[in-house]
Design a protein around this ligand. Structure first.
Ligand code: SF4
Ligand code: SF4
Length: 345
């Protein structure tokens, strides 16, 4: 296999049909809807009945045990075999290049999500911006690799707090015209002008509206109104209504509103498909490693492909395969994801 090429997910992404109109529900509590202009709106855990049940179970202290039990059941009877068979194909000699790269150009978020270890109340990180030369170095590296996968210009941060994000997106578009550029934002720093400034240089803009009352923030509403008579961005823009105080995954055992879990008996595909770059160039093990507890290398010192195929990275993959217990952040992590398109491996 040519290590430079891969077909894990990006081909799928180009035609992911995320705005297909007959898509009404998806798994994991997502309820899909469309506004009048055809823009997709996902409602996440917001169904009234579901909310009431979840609230009741949380109140009497059995929500987490049930969630954990359900996950353990799915791991044992549904996911383990699938994940194992994929991992078996991603051996040292056959591992394709990563297909998803996330870049954090600013180290902070202004959000207050209680399920997130780096919400604005709990984040121990300093305010740091990525050096522009480092950003350029990453893009040149990807250009040399003829990279065509997904590039996410956000990670565990709010990307629009970095005023350079527009120039960065333009630069990526220019040098990597076939890459699939995504940005995920909580939407609070956005307005119509900023939306117009970014939209032509991305393939996907996901706006998460966090509000426990299920109300749209006024600035997000104004973007929706601006789009009301425009169809052209329909395949790029997705809105999500989400709860700021929700109980989700343990996020590498670091979600403050989740307790201890018994280590899941399953490997993890993230270190086999994606690469995550922090502001200082450190590559953390996965997107859940918000505080860079497990660093695989630094892109300021080595190339992306050197790090991706390094002994250190393979050592991590080997450890996770043998047991999540062997990596500190994986031990308490309940994330199990079989990303779209990975079956193509
Ligand atoms: S989940 Fe996203 S928006 Fe919420 S605090 Fe974390 S990084 Fe910010
Ligand atoms: S098990 Fe969790 S913490 Fe470990 S690599 Fe996977 S997603 Fe990251």
């Amino acid at each position: 296999m040519d290590k430079k090429s891969n077909n894990i997910g990006h081909n799928y992404l180009k035609n992911n049909g995320s705005n297909i109109q007959d898509l009404k529900t998806t798994k994991k509590g997502f309820y899909v809807n469309y506004d009048k202009a055809g823009y997709r709106i996902d409602y996440y855990n917001t169904n009234t009945f579901r909310r009431l049940v979840r609230k009741g179970l949380i109140k009497i202290g059995i929500f987490e045990p049930i969630k954990n039990l359900k996950k353990r059941f799915l791991v044992k009877y549904v996911w383990k075999e699938k994940v194992n068979s994929i991992v078996k194909k991603l051996t040292k000699s056959r591992l394709p290049l990563f297909d998803r790269i996330s870049i954090e150009t600013f180290s902070k978020c202004n959000g207050g999500c209680s399920f997130c270890p780096v919400n604005r109340f709990d984040d121990p990180r300093d305010d740091n911006l990525m050096d522009e030369n480092l950003f350029k170095k990453i893009i040149i590296n990807l250009y040399d690799l003829d990279y065509k996968g997904q590039i996410i210009l956000s990670l565990n941060n709010e990307p629009f707090l970095d005023k350079r994000i527009y120039n960065f997106a333009q630069l990526v578009r220019k040098y990597l015209p076939e890459a699939y550029i995504s940005i995920l934002s909580n939407g609070t720093p956005l307005n119509v002008e900023r939306f117009k400034k970014i939209i032509d240089n991305v393939d996907e803009l996901v706006i998460d509206n966090y509000n426990d009352e299920l109300k749209w923030h006024a600035n997000i509403q104004s973007i929706m109104e601006y789009l009301a008579d425009k169809e052209i961005y329909r395949d790029k823009v997705k809105f999500r209504m989400r709860l700021e105080n929700d109980v989700l995954d343990t996020r590498a055992g670091q979600a403050n509103n989740r307790g201890w879990i018994k280590t899941l008996d399953i490997s993890c595909l993230y270190p086999f498909i994606s690469i995550n770059i922090q502001v200082n160039g450190d590559i953390s093990l996965c997107c859940n490693d918000a505080l860079s507890k497990e660093v695989v290398g630094n892109v300021g010192k080595k190339s992306l492909e050197e790090i991706w195929y390094s002994e250190k990275y393979f050592d991590y993959r080997k450890k996770i395969n043998s047991s999540r217990k062997h990596v500190s952040i994986c031990e308490g992590c309940d994330t199990v994801d079989i990303p779209r398109g990975i079956a193509n491996v």
